[in-house]
Design a protein around this ligand. Structure first.
Ligand code: HEC
Ligand code: HEC
Length: 266
């Protein structure tokens, strides 16, 4: 039997360590994907109760967000099923927060980007952390933090399967261009850079776009443009919104509504 040279042995060892690390990473990934073992069942059922029936002064969320948190495509009400629990908590807190009275007013910038050369850079990095909505402001203001957490927990664990909405080829192609390539000429990253491949969302800060009603997606971009939604860290989404034309919004919303999407197996 020939003895391995020290060099070869080293290589073999490094190889084995690498394989072991890969295995460990895969195991960690799988574990994190699964439902946390220690779900606070009391909080979960409190959340379920609130979502279904509400309480004095709070309308049940189901009325608008659907019996299983699937949203209402016709009305453009967002789905809540399978959203990250901390994202839901943050949104409810943002709806509950009063807009700062002292906030400096920033003039809206011209948005005809089709004709405007890329000469400007938006230096806005400050977000007030507020979301203005006639319905949700009233609801969020009367919820306690604990109730918000219970609702976040409940909705984050609900399963959801999107039914892809058909659209014409040209719309989908143009939407894909924005979603997968962005607008490099304006230094605008592709949507999937932040919202995850296939728009499935990523962590607590980047919500899914797939499986949300197109009308809701378009409305949010409009709200960022008007300043009514001003709650994104570092104005990440405000800067993107300001680079989108009305046609862009329609195309990209149609693209994400056309994707298959599933979260939390039924
Ligand atoms: C009367 C209808 C109505 C009821 C009841 C209602 N919502 Fe909403 N909700 C809306 C609408 C409309 C929006 C979209 C607001 C916007 O365009 O900014 C929304 C948005 C949200 C969002 C933001 C979703 C996202 O993707 O950012 C969350 C979270 C939310 N609602 C949670 C709740 C919870 C929890 C309850 C129950 C306590 C509730 N809502 C009850 C109509 C309702
Ligand atoms: C640089 C990162 C980044 C990129 C690129 C980006 N987004 Fe976002 N987007 C965000 C963040 C952060 C939020 C959540 C803000 C918050 O906390 O409410 C968001 C939220 C949204 C929402 C609201 C979703 C909801 O559930 O309320 C829509 C719609 C949206 N983005 C559309 C787009 C589209 C369309 C594109 C591509 C044209 C895009 N985003 C690219 C960072 C990004």
């Amino acid at each position: 039997m020939r003895v391995m040279s020290a060099k070869k042995l080293n290589k073999t060892l490094i190889f084995i360590v690498l394989i072991a690390l890969l295995g460990l990473a895969w195991w960690a990934y799988q574990t994190l994907q699964q439902r946390p073992e220690s779900v606070d069942e009391a909080a979960l059922s409190a959340g379920e109760q609130l979502a279904a029936k509400g309480r004095e002064g709070v309308l049940g969320c189901q009325t608008c967000h659907g019996a299983k948190g699937e949203g209402n495509f016709a009305a453009g009400f967002p789905r809540l099923a399978g959203l990250n629990r901390d994202y839901i908590l943050k949104q409810l807190q943002d709806f509950a927060r009063d807009p700062l009275q002292t906030r400096a007013h920033i003039e809206p910038i011209a948005r005809d980007y089709e004709r405007t050369p890329a000469i400007y850079e938006d230096l806005t990095v400050y977000s007030a952390g507020t979301r203005t909505d006639a319905i949700m402001n009233g609801i969020a203001k009367v919820l306690t933090i604990e109730e918000m957490q219970q609702l976040g927990l409940y909705y984050s664990l609900l399963p959801f399967t999107a039914t892809p909405v058909a659209a014409d080829v040209q719309t989908l192609e143009r939407g894909a261009e924005l979603a997968l390539r962005g607008k490099p000429e304006y230094k605008m990253p592709r949507c999937t850079a932040c919202h995850g491949p296939k728009g499935a969302g990523f962590g607590a800060h980047f919500p899914p776009l797939a499986g949300q009603p197109p009308a809701y997606l378009i409305k949010q971009i409009n709200l960022w443009q008007s300043g009514a939604r001003d709650n994104d860290h570092l104005s990440l989404m405000k800067n993107i919104s300001n680079l989108l034309t009305d046609a862009d919004k329609a195309n990209v919303a149609a693209y994400f509504a056309n994707l298959s999407y599933q979260v939390n197996e039924e």
